[in-house]
Design a protein around this ligand. Structure first.
Ligand SMILES: [Zn+2]
Length: 383
């Protein structure tokens, strides 16, 4: 194995928008003593061999012998310090992926972890667990959990429970579905990974049916420009000042969702950590203004109420019967907010045959909103 092969496999998935948007996901290869893992903040689509971090597996395994603080922030900081100390031989300038421990646990050399919208149609659905069992047989399913140490611990427990890590037990499966997050596929070869992902996408694809209709896309028109200006002002006043960029989108699927507040429900909260990082956890929905009221004033008041309710500015604003705006400190940030919103539109549509959308719980959303590592990542990507 050369790290070039790992980089090529990563780019293969990273450059396919059906698998990866906003560079999300991570990949690894391991032998007996070393794990090579994608560095945090690097996009899978343009990763090269120098972007992988070399980790000492003995030191990673030692994490499980330690006791960490109960407090989530203190614990994640302590685990992160141990992970940084487990780096070796080049790549020390990079921070290893937050899911490094989980990669290390899976009993296969090649691991590719992704968050495709199609897969999240299953993991973010009310009946996701049952559907996963029905479609894929005895795979591991992990209920919604905070990324990092605790998620890895849940996977470790699940592996032990089904005897994956027992000596002499040939690992019978290599799929781990993470509720409200994505999927891990692990195999003995890169071809094994490719055939697993082929099977995952085909199987869920034929069960999920057609995705949302993104045709007739519009990115600007007169009244959207007026609303965008007001939203940029509101965001500037709520943030540290400076100028905010606002981008607009409407297509057939979005038109249906912004018909009224009830229609917007399937995308009204967060499906996965990635959605929160780039598009925020609580989109603003602005109802129709009462007769005679200027839409600008109506938006300003709705923004104020939203700030009071959630304590943070939205990155997505939906205007009834108009469309959806992505708001960010840069054009890139605004575009990423819209991209992740549209991804959520797909996820919501794909959940339909599996029991409908299941959002992250409030405590899990709060964890991501305050999460130091995610903040680091979103800074690195300029959002
Ligand atoms: Zn992930």
């Amino acid at each position: 194995m050369s790290i070039d092969e790992l980089a090529a496999l990563s780019r293969y998935y990273g450059s396919n928008p059906g698998y990866v948007i906003a560079g999300g996901g991570n990949t690894s290869f391991k032998d007996e003593s070393t794990l090579w893992i994608k560095g945090s903040g690097v996009s899978l689509g343009d990763i090269s061999s120098g972007d992988f971090v070399r980790m000492n597996r003995k030191k990673l395994a030692a994490v499980w012998e330690k006791r960490y603080p109960q407090d989530a922030a203190e614990r994640e900081a302590a685990v992160l310090a141990d992970m940084l100390a487990a780096r070796e031989g080049g790549g020390e300038a990079r921070r290893p992926s937050v899911e490094t421990l989980l990669h290390d646990l899976l009993p296969f050399p090649w691991v590719v972890h992704l968050h495709p919208a199609l897969v999240n149609g299953l993991t973010c659905a009310k009946g996701g667990r049952e559907a996963a069992g029905r479609l894929f047989g005895p795979v591991i399913w992990i209920d919604s959990e905070n990324p990092g140490y605790v998620l890895s611990l849940r996977v470790k427990e699940a592996l032990e429970q089904c005897g994956f890590s027992a000596p002499g037990n040939p690992a019978p499966g290599s799929l781990v579905f993470l509720q409200n997050h994505g999927v891990f596929a692990a195999a003995h070869t890169p071809d094994g990974i490719r055939s697993l992902y082929g099977k995952i996408m085909d199987t869920i694809g034929s069960a999920a049916g057609e995705g949302p209709d993104f045709s007739d896309a519009v990115h600007e028109y007169a009244s959207s420009a007026r609303a965008a200006k007001v939203l940029a002002e509101c965001a500037g006043a709520a943030g540290e000042g400076g100028t905010y960029q606002v981008l607009f989108v409407r297509n057939r699927a979005v038109s249906g969702l912004v018909a009224d507040r009830a229609a917007f429900f399937p995308v009204s909260s967060a499906f996965t950590p990635d959605h929160i990082v780039y598009a925020g956890s609580d989109p603003l929905f602005v109802d129709d203004p009462p007769p005679g009221k200027a839409v600008e004033d109506h938006i300003r008041e709705a923004w104020k109420r939203h700030l009071a309710e959630f304590g943070r500015a939205p990155k997505i604003a939906a205007l009834s019967k108009t469309g959806v705006f992505g708001i960010g400190v840069s054009e890139k940030a605004a575009r990423l907010a819209l991209e992740l919103f549209l991804d959520a539109v797909k996820v919501a549509a794909y959940t339909k045959p599996f029991g409908g959308p299941l959002f992250m719980k409030a405590d899990k959303i709060a964890f991501i909103n305050g999460w130091e590592a995610e903040r680091y990542r979103s800074q690195r990507s300029g959002s």
